[in-house]
Design a binder for this molecule. Structure first.
Ligand code: ADP
Ligand code: MG
Ligand code: MG
Length: 886
């Protein structure tokens, strides 16, 4: 019979060494910690498979599971010597959710479950601490009412605030046993008022209510949103963990905290965390009291007064530090930990691989490889290529003037500027409309996930380095400043007050997540570079990758950036971008609107020196490297004049009447230009255009070869080819131009002529086309459009629904549709190689910078991928990971 309950603690570990699929992340790691002898309060996990069954069976529990849960409770009772529901010495438990990966959309934990009007008295007398017992009971009623009964938590908070005000208290810890007892009575009244029934007194009802609420939360809206944003399948399910309570709120020798074995923000190899004396778990993240530092060094750096744990509880701290080291050696990764100290005794409540910034990921991977904890290959595999994006963007210029409003905590690094917005729906709406926004909240909660995702950066008035905002922002790679206490926010009015000034919704603000600074207005930025750990990891990656990485670039600046980032050539240089420049557009228009070849040649003669100098600049940067240059591709109408003044200018340059020009422009109108007179169809009808471009390329190559002593390697690419004959004709034009230039200059340059594969016909006929072309570059943007029959520019209206309904797993313009477009690529590669075994194969669509697509290119055995300059390092790492996986 399948069983669903797995016990842990007290020498038992049914889950063994942690099966996350079955037990969820939290449950698996509790079992694993217990199995390596760490102090874990005993408990049991109800497996994720139960979640699936729970929904299959109309949200009910089979009887067998009810029996298993009884056995689980008996296990905890056996170890603790306490009995669940016992009026004299009650066992209390926590009920915790736990999916395979940590999910902020899930039900919050319920602590102190098992308290009722009788057991609270028992707890008071065995602990000899009535204050602690009543504090625990009020916490339980409050949490249970909030997360299980889903009553308005504001009412409970309000009652507590009033109680404090009436008595002139400032902190929760000021309340006495009698104060809490009185508050409990009020809380119970609130429950009756809001829920219509008294607060459940039967501890088993409490337990099953909480278990049902965890499974129920799997299908809650915010959990669904989180799954959608993070590609988490709906059928994974969550587990439920039931665990004996340990108490951090039993006076000054008790505490609770969260910690990382290394700094998750910088990656520095130093313990990092926060703790609170005389408190329970939730208090640290909730931002009710300001937590204290874990280590003395951190406290001193921050210039804070309250003692660190290292100073206040040296023994428990030493034990904790030993646990950190043991956990890192065991898991071989940086860990994110929750712990509680009950009257001097340390208990471990959670561990998992810690979320970290890209900067920290690099440092930790490189450090751990150098410490011998992991291999270099593992280090390469550890860093998410996409996350590098965070490091490849400009940071604030240290010399720029800053209008600093205030300083908060540096919770997630990176700088961001944008319009101030004060709620998540507005953040999402404005971001969809194309605005950069900074989300500003008093504090964030799981309901803000969509707004945080939409924002460029996040600023909160409350919360520490491990607050919800900080943790989620780091995971998403968003810059974040948290706990900027001097700002006050009125979200309804859309205004924040700080330093005697007002920032309204729509005002520009800048945050620096590395320093905690909050600034008014925008601030100048500087380019990043691949130094330190980043450079080291890139070197290691280059040592294992097989795929070459080129770039898509057409300006000398982009080429320079890409080369600095390690590009090994140009995979796509689009020549039309050069045509749009102000100095040339008139000549281009004259060329397009000419009535005949003679007219076109006049204009082309004017363009030749301009194109030549473009190529000279690019070749100079790319000397010694292959450069794929695509001849003119877009529909001619894209260059047509629109305004009267533009027509007049062209008419004057060409020496013809405006009316005649307009007639010619009307003739060039196309119904479906993307499938119209474009690509090599231009070269077939007006060969003189490609002839001019080819001349410009070869003349530039000769000039650079002569100047620098090293020749560039031009690869002339003919776009939108569907048949061998098209390519043959165009190759003749290019070769003739090359021969003419070489004869004229007395110097030969090596070059290739090839084509872009971007039509299904070209892929099918690749065997024949390879007879005429020396390389293929898969133009996957157009190949996706033409294979799917979907226009990239219009897809946004329906593609979202397609992905949601699972028709395509991901946006096929972002990640290659491996099944469809991928099959064409494989087929073309195979047929092309059969004809010409040494044919050069590459990819130059946007996909060239997408790690999943790069992995696909590795399996097909392409020679290179080509990515936009800022994605070159991402592609280098992704190519290394793909090679390691093979
Ligand atoms: P989350 O996933 O939101 O962190 P957890 O289940 O880990 O939820 O618990 C929330 C807080 O309650 C944490 O600080 C945790 O350490 C604390 N906690 C959970 N179970 C217990 C327990 N049995 N005894 C004491 N504290 C607990
Ligand atoms: Mg936790
Ligand atoms: Mg194309």
């Amino acid at each position: 019979m399948t069983h669903y309950v797995y016990r842990f603690g007290g020498g038992v570990s049914d889950g063994g060494s942690g099966d996350k699929v079955l037990l969820g992340g939290k449950g698996a790691n509790l079992a694993e910690m217990a199995s390596i002898g760490l102090p874990v309060p005993p408990g049991f996990t109800i497996a994720t498979t139960m979640c699936t069954r729970y929904y299959e069976e109309g949200q009910t529990f089979p009887e067998s599971v009810q029996d298993e849960v009884k056995t689980g409770i008996a296990h905890i009772e056996g170890i603790t010597g306490k009995t669940f529901g016992d009026a004299a010495d009650p066992l209390l438990v926590s009920v915790r959710s736990g999916a395979r990966i940590s999910m902020p959309g899930m039900m919050d934990t319920v602590l102190n479950l098992g308290l009722n009007d009788q057991t609270v008295e028992g707890l008071a007398s065995v602990s000899d601490d009535a204050r602690f017992a009543w504090d625990s009971y009020r916490r339980f009623i409050q949490m249970y009412s909030d997360v299980v009964l889903e009553l308005d938590h504001g009412r409970f908070e309000e009652a507590l605030e009033i109680a404090k005000e009436d008595r002139g208290y400032y902190l929760d810890t000021d309340l006495t046993a009698d104060d809490w007892r009185a508050l409990v009575a009020q809380y119970k009244d609130i429950v009756v008022e809001l829920w219509g029934k008294p607060f459940p007194q039967d501890v088993h009802d409490q337990l099953w209510g909480a278990i049902g609420a965890v499974f129920g939360s799997w299908q809650a809206d915010r959990a669904k949103v989180y799954r959608r944003l993070n590609d988490i399948p709906g059928d994974w399910g969550t587990a439920v963990n039931v665990q004996a309570m340990v108490f951090g709120n039993m006076g000054d020798t008790s505490a609770t905290g969260v910690a990382f074995t290394r700094d998750p923000s910088t990656g520095q190899n130093a313990y990092y965390g926060e703790f609170l004396i005389n408190a329970q778990g939730e208090d640290v993240v909730a931002g009710i009291r300001t937590p204290q530092y874990l280590t003395r060094a951190a406290r001193e750096t921050a210039n804070a007064k309250p003692l660190s744990m290292e100073e206040a509880m040296p023994e428990a701290y030493a034990e904790l530090a030993a646990v950190f080291d043991q956990l890192e050696r065991h898991y071989r990764d940086m860990q994110d930990i929750e712990f509680t100290v009950q009257q001097g005794k340390l208990w471990m409540l959670q561990t998992r691989s810690g979320k970290r910034t890209a900067k920290a990921a690099l440092k930790i991977a490189v450090d751990m490889a150098e410490e011998g904890l992991i291999s270099r290959e593992e280090a390469i595999a550890r860093v998410d290529p996409q996350a590098l994006d965070q490091l490849l963007h400009p940071t604030l210029d240290p010399d720029a003037t800053r209008d600093v409003l205030t300083k908060g905590l540096p919770a997630s690094p990176g700088a961001a500027s944008g319009f101030a917005v004060f709620d998540s729906d507005t953040a999402e709406r404005r971001s969809n409309a194309g605005d950069a926004v900074i989300l500003i909240r008093t504090e964030t909660s799981p309901e803000d996930i969509h707004g945080m995702h939409a924002a460029r950066g996040i600023l909160t008035a409350r919360g520490g380095m491990t607050s919800h905002a900080a943790v989620v922002a780091r995971g998403m790679g968003r810059p974040c400043v948290s706990g900027a206490g001097s700002i006050s926010i009125d979200a309804k009015a859309g205004v924040m007050k700080v330093a005697g000034r007002e920032i309204r919704e729509g005002d520009i603000v800048t945050i620096d997540g590395a320093t905690g600074e909050v600034m008014a207005g925008a601030v100048a930025t500087v380019q990043p570079e691949l130094a330190g750990d980043f450079g080291t990891l890139m070197e290691w990656a280059d040592g294992v990758r097989r795929l070459k990485v080129r770039t898509n670039a057409e300006t000398p600046l982009d080429c320079r950036t890409a080369r600095d980032f390690g590009a090994e050539g140009i995979g796509l240089c689009r020549t039309e971008h050069m045509f749009f420049e102000q100095s040339r557009i008139t000549a281009v228009r004259q060329m397009i609107l000419a009535e005949d070849e003679a007219g076109r040649r006049v204009a082309l003669e004017r363009l030749l020196p301009e194109q030549r100098s473009d190529f000279v600049e690019i070749f100079e940067v790319m000397v010694g490297l292959p450069c794929t240059i695509r001849l003119l591709d877009p529909p001619l109408h894209e260059f047509l004049p629109h305004a009267e003044a533009e027509f007049a200018e062209v008419a004057q340059a060409a020496g013809i009447e405006v009316e005649q020009l307009k007639r010619r422009a009307a003739e060039l109108h196309e119904f479906n230009p993307m499938l119209g007179h474009r690509g090599c169809r231009l070269g077939v009808t007006y060969p003189e255009i490609y002839e001019m471009q080819a001349r410009a390329i070869f003349e530039a190559a000769v000039i650079v070869a002569e100047k620098s002593g090293e020749a560039p390697i031009p690869e002339v690419m003919i776009p939108l080819v569907g048949t061998k004959r098209e390519l043959e004709l165009m190759k003749i034009v290019v070769d003739k131009a090359a021969q003419a230039v070489f004869a004229d200059k007395g110097r030969t340059i090596e070059y290739l002529v090839g084509t872009m594969i971007e039509l299904p016909r070209a892929a099918l006929k690749a065997g024949e086309i390879a007879e005429a072309g020396e390389f293929f570059s898969f133009g996957t943007n157009d190949l996706t459009q033409t294979t799917l029959g979907v226009s990239r520019d219009d897809a946004s209206r329906f593609l979202g629904a397609y992905v949601e309904k699972g028709i395509y797993a991901r946006d096929p313009f972002v990640s290659i549709d491996v099944e469809g477009v991928g099959e064409l690529i494989e087929l073309a590669a195979e047929r092309g190689r059969k004809t010409r075994p040494d044919i050069k194969l590459g990819i130059c669509g946007e996909h060239g910078g997408d790690p999943a697509s790069i992995a696909f290119c590795e399996t097909v055995g392409l020679d290179y991928v080509s990515a936009s300059p800022y994605r070159v390092p991402i592609a280098r790492l992704a190519a290394a990971q793909a090679a390691l996986k093979k």
